[in-house]
Design a protein. Structure first.
Length: 490
């Protein structure tokens, strides 16, 4: 084993940083504002909701330099080794002129009190880099994770539409620096594990997946940190200690997604953004669902493996993956075992993960030809909201009769859970309105939901039943599926 490096190395704008004293729970936002005096990046909510803290993080992905907007408030320094952090201070041209995104925000009055503005600018900058002339839908998606209490958004959207008419940003800092930055990041890669601090101050960045397995065998109680969109809030909202923290976000071996023999294999470190188009092509309902998870920043950071490992009863990925019949591969040291995903969730907050084990991958069977698969997420608002109830339906229908049924819900029990009684009431029956109405009684056998701030028990039960009705209506073609795109069209 090569000796561990005792510090993080990354780029901040155009400066090379070497940090030997990063704490495991030190957020990028605190570091920027308190230690670097870069106060353009704001703190609004400190929980990934408002986007005031948006910065771009660039990393090498298969040799390509990719920039993504992230929430600095819930991103830890330990996740930045080998990355390029770009803050709003880096946007203006070398001659001091505003970047097209900034100039458009000025000209279209996209800013009032200004508190949210750097975050919007960074999100729009990220959008402009990947899509210089975006559609309204792209603009809305890019801004799902940014809140403004002043402008009413229309001015910001007008600015976003206009950016393309400000030229293609020939003097844009990142465009000019791209090759140089890629070379600098490559030069930082030394293939070594990073270890900093001891006891309550300990953080580890494994060098590879094998190294991660070794680290966790030696320290089975360590906190695994992937995208930190859950763990970040443990720190900023619940003041929990996470040391020793093991950062796995840089392990590209965990970020592969592939299809073979009727299965999709998703590495535990694949983010929602990385998975989105791949899954949307093969299982369209999952693409639509991903668009409603968090905002762009959360989707860029958060991983599907983290959603599974976290085991929340209102996590969005478990129900559809259970309905599809997915299995999860767990690894400890060199040993692997495979568990049906539905058996992985044992009780509230308790998963079938042994000390020292980590989630390595998910294996998802593709729906068979002719099978029907849909997912419906019920929330108080369309964008960036946590599930009140979510239903995933996977039915085989042959000759008008239900030949197989796998149905799972989130938000209806202490864990993501299959609706086995409902499935039994449907299987072997004609796929008809009468069968559906008769099966509704079985929901009481499957679920006893609770009331909380997101929904009452009665609401959850009624919504869950209505989702089955909706699935019936959509699969039988009696009505077209309806999706809210822009509110004024609804
Ligand atoms: C603003 C906001 C909006 C959100 N919206 C949604 C939403 O709409 N729907 C939804 O489902 N979730 C949502 N979330 C929650 C979160 O984004 C997801 O649960 C996400 O998938 C977690 O992934 P992560 O990589 O960030 O996990 P982390 O926060 O890094 O880790 C989560 C848990 O999983 C463990 N873990 C991570 N990777 C592994 C691994 N490979 N092996 C073993 N354990 C592991 C960690 O130790 C921790 O216990 C939201 C979060 C925020 C902040
Ligand atoms: S401060 Fe609100 S998302 Fe970070
Ligand atoms: S301009 Fe005031 S919060 Fe957006």
């Amino acid at each position: 084993m090569i000796e561990a490096r005792r510090g993080l190395r990354f780029l901040l704008n155009d400066e090379e940083i070497a940090l030997a004293d990063a704490a495991p729970d030190e957020t990028l936002l605190d570091w920027l504002r308190l230690r670097r005096s870069l106060r353009g990046t704001k703190e609004g909510c400190a929980e990934g909701d408002c986007g005031a803290c948006t910065v771009l993080v660039g990393r090498l992905c298969g040799g390509q330099l990719v920039y993504e907007g992230v929430n600095a408030c819930i991103r830890f320094l330990g996740s930045l080794d080998g990355c390029h952090v770009v803050t709003v201070e880096h946007l203006k041209g070398r001659d001091g002129t505003l970047h097209p995104v900034q100039q458009a925000m000025v000209d279209f009055h996209g800013s009032q009190c200004g508190f949210c503005t750097p975050g919007f600018v960074m999100s729009l900058y990220g959008l402009w880099m990947r899509s210089p002339d975006p559609s309204d839908e792209e603009i809305e998606k890019a801004l799902q994770g940014n809140l403004c209490r002043c402008t009413g958004y229309e001015a910001i959207i007008r600015a976003a539409r206009a950016v393309s008419s400000y030229g293609q940003g020939g003097t844009d800092a990142l465009a000019l620096e791209r090759d140089a930055v890629a070379s600098r990041l490559k030069a930082m890669r030394d293939g070594r594990r990073v270890e900093i601090g001891e006891g309550r101050q300990r953080l580890v960045v494994p060098a590879s997946v094998d190294d991660l397995a070794a680290v966790l065998e030696a320290e089975p109680a360590a906190t695994i940190v992937a995208g930190s969109t859950d763990v970040g809030l443990w720190v900023t909202k619940f003041m929990r200690e996470i040391s020793p923290a093991v950062f796995i976000g840089g392990l590209q071996e965990l970020q592969a997604i592939s299809e073979a023999n009727g299965f999709v294999t998703i590495g535990a470190g694949v983010s929602y953004s990385q998975a989105r188009s791949f899954l949307a092509q093969r299982i369209p309902a999952l693409g639509t669902l991903i668009d409603r998870i968090g905002g762009d920043q959360v989707r860029n950071m958060g991983t599907i493996g983290g959603n599974i490992a976290n085991g929340s009863p209102i996590g969005d990925m478990p129900p559809p993956l259970i309905a599809l019949g997915a299995t999860v591969t767990l690894r400890r040291g060199g040993e692997r075992r495979s568990v049906p995903l539905e058996d992985f969730f044992i009780a509230y907050g308790k998963q079938d993960r042994r000390p020292g084990e980590f989630v390595e991958a998910l294996h998802v069977p593709l729906p068979k030809d002719g099978a029907h698969f849909s997912v419906y997420k019920v929330t108080k608002r369309r964008d960036e909201d946590i599930t009140a109830a979510l239903g995933a339906f996977h039915l085989g229908i042959e000759g008008g009769t239900v030949s197989s049924a796998r149905i799972a819900y989130g938000g209806m029990a202490a864990t993501p859970k299959r609706a086995r009684a409902v499935e039994a009431a449907l299987t072997g029956q004609p796929w008809s309105q009468e069968t559906v109405e008769a099966a509704l009684a079985a929901y009481d056998e499957d679920y006893q939901p609770i009331s909380d701030m997101r929904a009452s028990a009665e609401y959850r039960m009624l919504a869950a039943k209505n989702l089955l009705r909706r699935f019936f209506i959509e699969t039988t073609g009696t009505k077209k599926p309806f999706t809210v795109k822009r509110y004024e069209e609804a």
